[in-house]
Write a protein that binds this ligand. Structure first.
Ligand code: ADP
Length: 257
């Protein structure tokens, strides 16, 4: 099956900073694809390029087998940073404004989207009364206007408390069950294990590995000693060679070397 997104040899420099260096990978249809890496590894730069916000210095990418165009862009909903919602307006009013500005969705879409992000009961409340988690769910709701097939999220759980994080992760899984393809950047190792089916791991702008999460984790070339899955990813990400752990007084101490 044709990949939803195919990225080939993308490089990007900001002055002398090489933010991305010849990165290539494919995103299969219907997956939750994590772009994983520590801060500064090039995740936001990659998302900005595939959304036509930034221009790469070299390389190319194709959505649904075609170079990016206004038509293909309509099939992609995105959340790169929290939108500037109006604090004294309700969720419904804010989404109506987003709909008018973006040209995505119709009147029925507002209620559909609020239902998906579980804000129907509070849809008339002012935005300023929302918790951080509710604000983030509304932002995801805005990305869902027009019912796009693909969703691109940058660090969707950033800054949320554990309940908010769990709600967003459940929402992402629900969207995947409905057949959406989700591409999300994250610097959290356990996010990938809990949410993603596929992963591309970036380090300082270079792709370390990409593929199905379980295959990446099972790659014994990556790991020299037995390790928990999270520890394996930490090894890949941070360039450690080995892992071990000890339990002392009921506490787990993880050792990387
Ligand atoms: P991530 O999303 O993984 O944190 P970014 O894509 O934001 O990584 O950044 C990759 C690298 O590019 C970092 O070294 C960052 O400092 C640099 N960078 C990002 N945006 C700019 C910019 N507008 N101007 C200069 N350097 C930038």
């Amino acid at each position: 099956m044709q990949p939803v997104l195919s990225i080939q040899g993308i490089s990007k420099k900001y002055g002398s900073i090489q933010a991305l260096n010849n990165v290539s990978f494919d995103v299969p249809q219907g997956c939750v694809f994590g772009i994983l890496g520590p801060n500064g590894s090039g995740k936001t730069t990659m998302l900005s390029i595939i959304l036509d916000i930034l221009q790469a210095n070299s390389g190319n990418y194709a959505w649904f087998g075609k170079p990016g165009s206004p038509e293909t862009r309509k099939q992609i909903g995105s959340l790169l940073e929290t939108p500037n919602f109006y604090h004294y307006l309700s969720a419904v009013d804010n989404l109506n404004i987003t709909k008018a500005i973006s040209g995505r969705g119709d009147a029925a879409d507002i209620d559909r989207v609020l239902e998906i992000v579980k804000l129907s009961a509070r849809k008339k409340s002012k935005f300023k009364t929302y918790s951080l988690g509710m604000k983030q769910r509304l932002a995801i709701g805005a990305a869902l206007l027009g019912n796009p097939e693909v969703l691109v999220f940058d660090e969707p759980t950033n800054g949320l408390d554990p309940v908010g994080i769990a709600e967003i992760r459940e929402l992402i899984k629900q969207l995947a069950r409905e057949g959406k393809t989700i591409i999300m950047a994250s610097h959290l190792l356990d996010e990938v294990e809990k949410v993603c089916t596929h992963v591309a791991i970036l380090k300082k702008g270079t792709l370390l590995t990409a593929g199905k999460v379980d295959e990446v984790l099972a790659n014994e070339d990556i790991v020299e000693v037995s390790a928990t899955d999270t520890a394996k990813l930490k090894l890949v990400l941070e360039g450690f060679k080995g892992y071990s752990h000890v339990k002392q007084d009921g506490k787990l101490f993880e050792l990387y070397f």
